[in-house]
Design a protein around this ligand. Structure first.
Ligand code: NAD
Length: 369
């Protein structure tokens, strides 16, 4: 298969971690017989340095020609970087918001995986996390409270503020379809999270999700109120497969879910639109405090590349090969500094990438059939 991938190396640790993910993709291409073609795109601080703005029309145009984008994080140190002397609309983060909007990336996927090997990084009790867990939060990214009308004004001599939470049926329908499709590639369960006992937007959410579910009889659907979901995530995270929810609930629940997995350096993410196109990136930022030191954990970016193979290219075996290789390297006791613990061997960013590539090159294709 021919894979046309846009590469956004980004700022800070971005270039270091993306280099390892590209190395892993190359090995996948060799082992499984795919041809990878890359376009280098500039975004964020790197684009400001080159063109004075964080996102150019050229980058948007090139991104649209690609099948998927793989990105390192963007941004710098807000206190010391000259990028933050610019007005907010010209800063690195504006580039990221701009490209998400230009590509209509409305569905944010955040896997929260606790590897048995890293269970000491999890703050939950051992009896809850024994054997690890693997869930996926799917958050609506372009609607809801964060995008509704808001204002602060005087009312009867009192300062009064309001925000508006609006969802259109089409916005719910399109993300529900993506959630069921994602569940079909996993353990076939969707937990739709809302506040339907109080909010009209949640009642509409629930109705539309029910409607969409009919097209996916192989997937089990359950509904859960958001307050209960927040509790269940720390009480019994293993019960979840795909959690589907609106923007603000997803914002909060995905941070809660990432906290119970341990290091930010392990957390992949994807933002999808209605086509197979997606933007894949680590959940963490550009970590300017460790940039250039060769110690950043590349695993989140490597796992983001695995998500890209699974969701943009339907290459499930190849994605599983990467995930399996990561697990094997952790089982063998190799760690970057952020996940280091006693008795393990600390390795650099590059060495971690090499170890994962070595595991993949030992994999025979049929083990994933
Ligand atoms: P951060 O995630 O960059 O760093 C927080 C802490 O986690 C730091 O101590 C860092 O060293 C560590 N860390 C993060 N990723 C790591 C990795 N792969 N390996 C090892 N350690 C890792 O958050 P921050 O410091 O608040 O933000 C730094 C910059 O990143 C800011 O400019 C921010 O706007 C930007 N940012 C970008 C994105 C994105 O590109 N999507 C997301 C979040 C933050």
């Amino acid at each position: 298969m021919k894979l046309h991938i846009g590469i956004i190396r980004g700022d800070g640790i971005g270039p270091e971690i993306v280099a390892e993910a590209v190395k892993v993709l190359e090995i996948i291409g060799t082992v499984f017989g795919h041809e990878l073609q890359y376009e280098e795109l500039l975004l964020g601080g790197a684009s400001i340095d080159a063109y004075g703005i964080p996102l150019t029309e050229e980058t948007v145009h090139c991104a649209k020609q690609c099948d998927a984008l793989l990105m390192g994080s963007i941004g710098g140190n807000a206190k010391t970087s000259p990028w933050y002397k610019l007005e907010p609309s010209k800063r690195p983060e504006a580039g990221l918001l701009g490209i998400r909007k230009a590509l209509n990336l409305f569905a944010n996927l955040r896997p929260a995986v606790l590897y048995g090997e890293l269970k000491e990084a999890c703050p939950l009790k051992e009896e809850i996390t024994a054997g690890g867990f693997d869930l996926m939060i799917m958050r609506e990214l372009t609607g809801g409270l964060y995008f509704g009308a808001r204002a602060t004004q005087m009312e009867d001599g009192e300062l009064t503020a309001h925000d508006t939470l609006t969802y259109h049926a089409y916005e719910i329908r399109r993300i529900a379809h993506r959630a069921f499709e994602v569940a079909q590639k996993r353990r076939k369960k969707v937990t739709s999270v809302d506040k339907a006992n109080v909010l009209d937007s949640s009642r509409l959410w629930r109705n539309i999700v029910e409607e969409v579910a009919v097209a996916y009889p192989d997937v089990t659907l359950e509904h859960m109120l958001v307050d209960n979901c927040a509790m269940q995530l720390v009480k019994d995270p293993k019960q979840f497969d795909v959690i589907l929810t609106e923007n603000m609930f997803g914002d909060i629940l995905s941070d809660e879910a990432s906290m119970i997995t341990g290091s930010i350096g392990m957390l992949a993410s994807a933002s999808l639109n209605e086509t197979k196109f997606g933007l894949y990136e680590p959940s963490g930022g550009s970590a300017p405090d460790i940039a250039g030191k060769g110690i950043a954990n590349p695993i989140a970016t490597i796992l983001s590349a695995a998500l890209m193979l699974r969701f943009s290219f339907d290459l499930d075996r190849e994605a599983a090969a990467i995930e399996h290789a990561v697990e094997r390297v952790l089982q063998k006791g190799y760690r970057t500094i952020d996940i280091m613990s006693e008795g393990k061997e600390q390795v650099s960013t590059r060495k971690m990438g090499d170890l994962i590539c070595d595991e993949i090159s030992q994999i025979r294709q049929q083990s994933f059939e």
